[in-house]
Design a protein around this ligand. Structure first.
Ligand code: NAP
Length: 531
């Protein structure tokens, strides 16, 4: 059970004006935001650390995050099941080599149940505004139900969360049904309908083959083709499952897949190594697509790996069906129920499905979190998210990000990143508890030096040089998503809280000193520039 305490309203705070006086104030040691995979992992780790005074805020009525939201037909993982679970809560009876969404969601729910996490979750209570109260040394987080005072926050809001709804003229006046792949309208019967799909990324290549046999006409608007490899998927019969569940076999398989993906990941840092894989992807197109015109349309002209490498056995065959028309173009506008392509084509449809992805580097949470100087995280980041080791941010004390900036590996399981970051956050929280620290804040100099190294190392990666546009590159043209080294390096960087790179509470004065030093340095640079 959680030990969140309700407190009378006598707290002195420099910024209490944003607090709603009619709401109770509740105090916790740690506030976890989001009950997806990261949030559940954080809750389990906190319990193991002996922290019971924490709460998980979840906007929805159930847990699971992206695996709860994405219920589109064919939704499945493109990381093998054997690697897609927490190392401390491994599942050994997956029914497929690549598990589908319902089975993954079951796993997340089951893991939460087994670790008795649900009682810590406040469902239907999204964090609205958060700010750091430097006097009181805690975060103040408002929700519709309470004002939370938390010594620390672990932000587990994920980055595949806020759907991109393209700003197309006429889209909102479209006379038919329209929805995004992550908010699939299961009550819309697609049978016999004329359906347009905008976007051909990881989600679209999974749902297009599922809906193609149902619809009368399918119009696929592909702005950029993707590299797609065959998917080595199959169901796992009970006998095989039992064998794979044997502890030694399970561990060996997990290690082998991990090593395989790590080896593949070297190619992201040395793109020439990906040429062999690109040949395989080209052979896949030649084998699966007979029509030379369609082949031409679906063949990318950038280096494999620049966008996420996809896997499917049924996407190309679906595109080749009689009722499918593929446009090598985006959509310019919508008039009534007619889609006008960038190529001037006009097609009437009954339903539009947006497979247009997510706001990855412009996450909604950044617009609601204010640091010690009152600035929003979105203002500090100005379109280019940045953190120290993807986890902590100068000016935002006692805040830990999970799946933070520049930690996407593009080739391995997200559980690896989540667990590495949780280890770091737990190490920091342990230090705070043991030493009774009120406040830790990463040094601006440490954050800047780390990110200089990250950006330098990213220069040669396929994400930066592959010749495509992708969500790795943000609105300012900076790669704020990719991690430029191996996951072994990531694990090393996040193995232990490195106190020397932080201001801790007794060193508040030196924090002020550094700010003053850095301000006067900036001033002299400005003066120097204008002289
Ligand atoms: P995505 O891969 O980012 O693809 C978005 C697609 O929408 C792209 O084809 C993009 O075209 C297109 N698009 C965006 N705005 C558009 C516009 N205004 N007009 C026309 N086209 C537009 O998004 P997603 O398919 O939703 O997948 C997102 C991420 O979710 C994936 O990269 C992956 O990390 C994750 N995912 C994972 C799994 C899994 O198996 N683990 C499964 C599904 C998704 P351009 O390429 O031209 O920008």
């Amino acid at each position: 059970m959680t030990a969140a305490k309700t407190k009378p309203r006598n707290v002195t705070s420099s910024k209490r004006k944003v607090e709603n006086a009619s709401l109770p104030i509740k105090e916790v040691e740690v506030l976890v935001v989001g009950a997806g995979i990261s949030g559940i992992g954080a809750a389990i780790r906190l319990q193991k650390e002996g922290v019971s005074n924490f709460v998980v805020l979840e906007k929805a009525k159930s847990l699971g995050g992206t695996w709860r939201d994405n219920t589109y037909p064919g939704c499945a993982c493109d990381v093998p099941s054997a690697l897609y679970s927490f190392s401390f809560a491994q599942k050994s009876d997956w029914t497929r080599v690549f598990a589908g969404q319902p089975e993954i969601l079951d796993y997340v729910e089951d893991t939460a149940r087994r670790h008795q996490i649900e009682s810590f979750i406040r469902f239907g209570e999204p964090a609205q505004e958060s700010y750091w109260d430097d006097k009181a040394c805690h975060w103040v987080v408002t929700t519709a139900k309470a004002t939370w005072h938390a010594r620390s926050i672990i932000s587990c809001t994920g980055y595949l969360h806020a759907p991109i709804i393209p700003n197309l003229p006429g889209l909102h006046e479209f006379s038919g049904e329209m929805f995004h792949s992550s908010h699939w309208k299961h009550d819309v019967d697609l049978t016999g309908k004329r359906v347009a799909v905008i976007g051909t990324g990881a989600s679209a290549i999974q749902f297009v083959p599922e809906i193609q046999p149902l619809v009368s006409e399918l119009k696929v608007y592909q702005r950029t083709p993707q590299w797609i490899l065959p998917k080595m998927d199959s169901s796992l019969p009970p006998l095989q499952r039992r064998l794979l569940g044997l502890p030694m076999v399970k561990e060996a398989l997990r290690n082998a897949i991990y090593a395989g993906f790590e080896t593949f990941g070297i190619g992201f840092r040395r793109p020439t190594l990906l040429k062999q894989v690109e040949r395989l992807a080209r052979a896949h197109i030649r084998w699966a697509v007979r029509d030379p015109k369609l082949r031409d349309i679906v063949t990318p002209n950038y280096t494999l790996g620049c966008k996420r490498v996809l896997m499917s056995n049924n996407y190309y065959p679906a595109l080749a069906q009689q009722n499918v028309e593929v446009f090598a173009t985006g959509v310019k506008e919508i008039r009534g129920n007619t889609l006008i392509g960038e190529d001037g084509s006009e097609r009437e449809v009954d339903v539009i499905i947006l497979g247009t992805g997510f706001h990855v580097s412009d996450q909604p949470i950044a617009h609601h979190v204010r640091g010690k100087d009152g600035r929003l995280l979105s203002e500090v980041w100005a379109g280019s998210p940045e953190a120290y080791r993807g986890s902590t941010i100068s000016g935002f004390p006692n805040l830990f990000l999970i799946l933070g900036p520049n930690l996407a590996i593009g080739h391995n399981s997200a559980f690896i990143v989540i667990e590495a970051q949780l280890k770091y956050a737990m190490s920091a929280l342990r230090t705070m508890r043991e030493r009774q620290l009120m406040r830790i804040e990463v040094r601006g100099s440490a954050q800047a030096a780390y990110n200089e190294q990250v950006q330098a190392a990213l220069q040669g990666t396929v994400w930066n040089t592959g010749g495509c546009s992708s969500y790795y590159i943000d609105a300012n043209g900076k790669n704020s998503i990719g991690f430029p080294w191996s996951t072994l390096t990531m694990k090393r960087l996040l193995d232990k809280f490195d106190e020397e790179n932080y201001f801790i509470m007794p060193e508040l004065e030196s924090s002020l000193d550094e700010n003053i030093t850095s301000l006067s340095k900036q001033n002299s640079e400005v003066v120097g520039a204008s002289a």
